[in-house]
Design a protein around this ligand. Sequence first.
Ligand code: FES
Length: 272
Amino acid sequence: MNRIISKTRFSEKVFKFEIEAPLIAKARKAGHFVIVRVGEKGERMPLTIAGADPAKGTITLVVQEVGLSSTRLCHLNEGDYITDVVGPLGKATHIEKFGTVVCAGGGVGVAPMLPIIEALKAAGNRVISVLAGRSKELIILEDEVRKSSDEVIIMTDDGSYGRKGLVTEGIESVIQREKVDKCFAIGPAVMMKFCCLLTKKYGIPTDVSLNTIMVDGTGMCGACRISVGGKTRFVCVDGPEFDGHQVDFDEMLKRMGAFKKEETEEMQRFSQ
Ligand code: FES
């Protein structure tokens, strides 16, 4: 059981939780994730760690209400307990001095991007962060991202904040202006797919962080299976980060939609 120390609302459906997990806080690195379960029979939900305070023994998770499990978690409050939090899982982000790096975060994807931005800056990179969301209220962690970025470009679909347009337009404006050595993209699968198509055109190596369905998180069940460069990989043990130019996003999107019907039925039952 892990206690929720604080809960902050970012927007109508996006919350930041600070959770007591001293061992995870000590061991985690950028890129690591945890698997969270709410209730004994709860679904296991992978969430990338957005930050940690080893002195306080806490980790930070940013959660968006999208399905039943994330909604259950978002209904918990400060002082409540999460049934279990397992981690840190996965491989840490490969950080080095690349040169100029563009970090593109879409929606809640900015949360797992934050520790990567911080680590890239600490390694001496010039970091240009592109934060994107449908509207102003969906741009999160801007101040934290600014602290470790040389420049921040905000893109909103409706133009309510920053520039009007898609995340890819923000990335391309940088590429056309200066030499970019590396790109990281984290957000919805469709967003990462289009970021990768763009950077492939310009020959810029791009890492993505995938958030597939997961069950055991140990490479045994196969739920998180994806194809990378024609080979089968497991997001939980081989990832969550991969060379985005090699990921078969179309197959991944199809697998992620496999339980849509069941999810909708469960949600209806939950809200009755
Ligand atoms: Fe089971 Fe990855 S979650 S193999």
